[in-house]
Design a protein around this ligand. Structure first.
Ligand code: FES
Length: 213
């Protein structure tokens, strides 16, 4: 799935966890980001550092179509340009004041952020729906061992005892963010079962990780 040189898409959050007019911290292998959605629904992935004095933008707030810094209220458009400096309300901010951003795509309930220049599109999750996300205090090898399967070229790990549940992992400095995916058209009972199974895999992976540390 990944290479050291080519860019790629990383699944940073589920759509359900980013309602309109909210910002959340998220992580990519290239660094932390402020992931935010405008009131009208547009998703942006901005650097998590305000160009003014470096406050984390993921601590800020979204009003309308802009992300504002919590410190002095400088506001940024989804394209990254500064559009308002409250201490100087009559000033048109110079175009040089910008927040770096990443390409972002939302597909089938998952938000993907580009790391570098991806050579391929994100994997198709056609038959799957997102169920929930969980953080596992273990790396992908321990997760694979707990699930009983290796990660595939599509970035998904099947759970050997329950193949209609798949794990979509992203490693994050010693831990792994896992989006739990389930085949669509499954019943509510199946969804509850899938959630329990994912928790069990998480516990097993964390126990295995402790064994090797
Ligand atoms: S640090 Fe962000 S507005 Fe001042």
């Amino acid at each position: 799935m990944l290479s050291d040189t080519a860019g790629y898409w990383t699944p940073v959050a589920l759509s359900a966890d980013l309602p309109p007019a909210t910002v959340i911290p998220a992580w990519t292998p290239a660094g932390s980001i402020a992931l935010w959605r405008t009131q009208s629904g547009r998703v942006s992935a901005s650097s998590d550092r305000c160009p003014h004095r470096g406050m984390r933008l993921s601590h800020g707030f979204v009003r309308g179509e802009a992300l504002s810094c919590i410190y002095h209220g400088w506001s940024y458009s989804p394209a990254g340009g500064c559009i308002r400096i409250p201490a100087h309300p009559d000033l048109v901010p110079p175009e040089t004041i910008r927040v770096a951003g990443h390409k972002v795509q939302e597909s089938r309930g998952v938000i993907w952020v580009a790391v570098g220049e991806p050579l391929a599109s994100q994997p198709s999750l056609d038959d799957l729906l997102p169920l929930r996300s969980l953080t596992v205090e273990a790396g992908i090898p321990a997760l694979e061992a707990a699930a009983g399967a290796k990660i595939g070229m599509d970035g998904l790990i099947s759970i050997a005892d329950c193949p209609w549940v798949r794990l979509l992992p992203t490693e994050q400095a010693g831990r792994t963010l896992v989006h739990v995916m389930i085949e669509k058209d499954r019943s509510l009972s199946d969804r509850l079962t899938a959630s329990r199974i994912a928790e069990a895999v998480r516990r097993q992976a964390e126990a295995r990780q402790k064994e090797v540390e």
